[in-house]
Design a protein around this ligand. Structure first.
Ligand code: ADP
Length: 162
């Protein structure tokens, strides 16, 4: 039984994230989607909201669990019995940061391997920050996020501009 942990800010979860999760469910027995508090990044949505949206979007996958965390990822990975940390790579620009993270996590927990998956080509340009930006200016993000996320973004940004 191999468990993979897929950490991120998921602010909000996009179809790119879901694409990675779908691929991971074919490879691992269990996938824990770990939503980081990530105070340093000052997320646009609260932790509870990000978790709730991820749970709704990923409800179709029986082997996926969504959890929140605020400490070290490797500590959560150990508690969950995860052998693999999973990250998505969209472009070369992701690589430098991901390589550093993987190196640090290996130093902290040598027994855990970081693995990378790439999304379908159509999600290569999708990021949570771009989705937020487009939604904040009233742009159409329906092809980039699940309908519940689209509705949540509409809610958020219509309230903010009132
Ligand atoms: P973080 O703040 O940790 O980068 P994100 O929620 O932005 O969290 O992303 C989580 C992981 O998913 C990262 O490894 C990121 O590279 C990856 N990811 C984000 N968007 C996509 C996408 N469209 N396709 C594939 N991987 C993605």
């Amino acid at each position: 039984m191999i468990t993979a942990i897929y950490p991120g800010t998921f602010d909000p979860i996009t179809n790119g994230h879901t694409d990675i999760v779908r691929r991971a469910t074919r490879l691992f027995d269990k996938v824990v989607v770990a939503v980081a508090l990530n105070a340093g990044k000052e997320p646009a949505c609260t932790l509870d909201r990000r978790v709730e949206l991820a749970k709704t979007v990923l409800a179709e996958f029986d082997s996926v669990e969504v959890k929140s965390f605020s400490g070290l990822l490797v500590d959560l990975a150990k508690t969950e019995g995860a052998e693999v940390i999973l990250r998505g790579l969209r472009a070369v620009s992701d690589f430098e940061h991901e390589f550093q993270l993987a190196g640090m996590n290996r130093r902290l927990a040598p027994e855990i391997e970081t693995m990378f998956l790439t999304p379908a080509e159509r999600y290569t340009f999708t990021s949570s920050s771009l989705v937020r930006n487009v939604a904040a200016h009233g742009g159409d993000v329906s092809s980039l996020v699940h309908p519940v996320v689209e509705a949540a973004l509409k809610d958020k940004y219509s309230i903010e501009t009132e």
